[in-house]
Design a protein around this ligand. Structure first.
Ligand code: HEC
Length: 153
């Protein structure tokens, strides 16, 4: 009840203020104020729309990136690690269930069938395939960047 009285008082106060304001200023001033307010609201709305668009674009780009990585995976990795990421017995390890080791992808594992891919794939393709592996088959590991690839070389 007290709250209601307070808000009623506040509304009354603002109303009387605006009456004073409008009666003091010319009609032109009032129109200018209204225009300013409209511009401000439009600007804020534009900013919000831009933010949301950016977010959505980022999400879509990520999805596209995984598609690019999936293509690399299918042509370069799948023979051994398999489409379902579960590998083949002892010979080819599963990639499902662990974050992809960039160093191994780049430099290979000596004495095994795992080749070094740093000269076979571009840095971008390494990023794409790693991010695909890190998000395929219920994997949910961090994305890597071109900087991570450069650092792991
Ligand atoms: C010719 C078969 C073959 C191909 C093709 C291949 N790998 Fe491998 N990969 C292996 C083997 C064998 C190992 C195990 C190496 C070891 O024992 O250290 C391995 C290990 C790995 C590991 C480390 C797994 C762990 O247990 O930590 C990753 C990550 C990996 N591979 C990713 C890839 C990616 C990405 C590609 C494609 C760009 C690829 N591999 C292509 C055979 C292959």
């Amino acid at each position: 009840m007290k709250k209601l009285t307070l808000s009623l008082l506040a509304v009354l106060f603002i109303f009387s203020l605006s009456t004073v304001f409008v009666s003091c200023g010319s009609e032109e001033d009032a129109e200018k104020t209204a225009n300013d307010l409209t511009n401000q609201a439009t600007e804020e709305l534009d900013k919000k729309v831009e933010e949301v668009t950016e977010e959505v674009t980022e999400e879509v780009t990520e999805a596209v990136d995984y598609t690019a990585g999936k293509t690399v995976y299918a042509s370069k990795c799948q023979v051994c690690h398999q489409e379902n990421g579960e590998g083949m017995g002892e010979t080819f390890p599963a990639l499902k269930g662990k974050a992809s080791d960039l160093k191994i992808v780049l430099n290979g594992a000596e004495g095994t069938a795992m080749a070094a891919f740093k000269d076979q794939l571009s840095d971008q393709e390494i990023v794409d395939v790693t991010n695909y592996v890190n998000h395929a088959w219920d994997n949910n590991f961090d994305n890597v960047t071109l900087e991570d690839v450069a650092a792991a070389k």
